[in-house]
Design a protein around this ligand. Sequence first.
Ligand SMILES: [Zn+2]
Length: 465
Amino acid sequence: MLDLLIRGALTVDPESGFCSRADIGIEDGVIVRVAESVDEPAETVFDAEGLAAVPGLIDTHLHLAPHPYGERMAAASGVTTCVEMAGPADRVFAGKLSDGCGLSVAVLNAVLPGTNVGGRDPSAAELDDFIERSISEGSFGVKLLGGHFPLTPEASARMVEESARLGAYMAWHAGTLTAGSDIDGMRQAVELAEGRSFHLAHINAYCRGRVRSELAECEEAASLLRAHPEIVTESYLSARSGAPLVRDENGDPLSKVVCGNLRRFGFTPDRKGLRQAVLDGVLSVILPEDGMLKLVSGRSGADALEEGRAADGSFDRVNPAVSRVYFATARRDDGTFLVDGIATDGGAIPRNVIAEAGLALVGLSALTLTEFAAKTSLIPARMLGLEGKGHIAPGFDADITLLSVKEHRAAASFAAGRPVLLNGRVVGQGGSVLCTEQGAAAVRRAGLTPQVLKGGIPALSRCFG
Ligand SMILES: [Zn+2]
């Protein structure tokens, strides 16, 4: 007897190019049948008539550490696997224990000068120690947060070199002490890596039109990626930013990014400007409400800010449409996608719009449903070395997202055959942690289930269908 039978969905397997109405049979967390009609008894039958079944969405860039509800935010949007892009692992694990929703979660632990490394110019030995410590504590890999906590260019280059030497997965939010989080920072990151593989985070964020025109920056980024196929990447589709609302004793914002955005929208970069931006709805604060995280502006948002109840916020209209759409759809010369994944940089920042905005692109015929599934599951699975995911075919993990294509939303999802999202409500619990062999014991000690992967950045095949 089957554990679960998903009946009648338009079933999309981006690997084979299969895209047809089918029944999907699941046993012990694994897909065992995909056929036009499966006539076997099943403990649970899910009627998916009118929905599309795609391999469970994999968000290769989000943030869970800022709030334990982050995983629920991702789950509500149809995601079943995700990469937490800053850590620390113990905080993410604590959130997963209290509020886990059944997702597979990988953590990349960020270098924080003055906190987990000595300063802005750590030696190779110090970086080795940081990388090995992160992995043995259960992180899947490591991250350079160059846009927020930059290192010297030399130390940044050492970080790429040491990660590659140790076989650790490394992501980099471009930027060093001598280049910003923009197209110049991206060019410098690519040059400093000297042909070594790494995950270059949120490509669209370097093309906001701050240095050259938005389109000129997109084309420059594209030519860098075409010349460096060893670099893996993602981009996101939301216009919203993330805005850390840390303030000094006078209530003035400390984040350079927040001050820059306040000036751009015509506010003073101080306590008064911050409050006015929230009152005017240009900036929203992020607050927990009914088990989810909500964007709140106006008087109640400004009061929450004043009372110190809001650690994070989000500006609207920071990411131009040009770069968001460009990187979701741009191709290499061989027809494969230029950017490997559609991610969100969301989670605890309410911009989890893979389904919402990605399916809008399908509605515009900018992507086919098969291409959408490739960019939101198959290629991301390959980036992480997740051999069991990214497919809907017998023998693969029963991670499946059911989409209402016309309504641009996820209606339901299953991870390892267990429901995560049903009728738009998150019902999943627990879930596993993607880690390497060296980190499995730490994950178990934290009370969670490890799912062991090889680690490191694989040589990526971008072909499908
Ligand atoms: Zn991020």
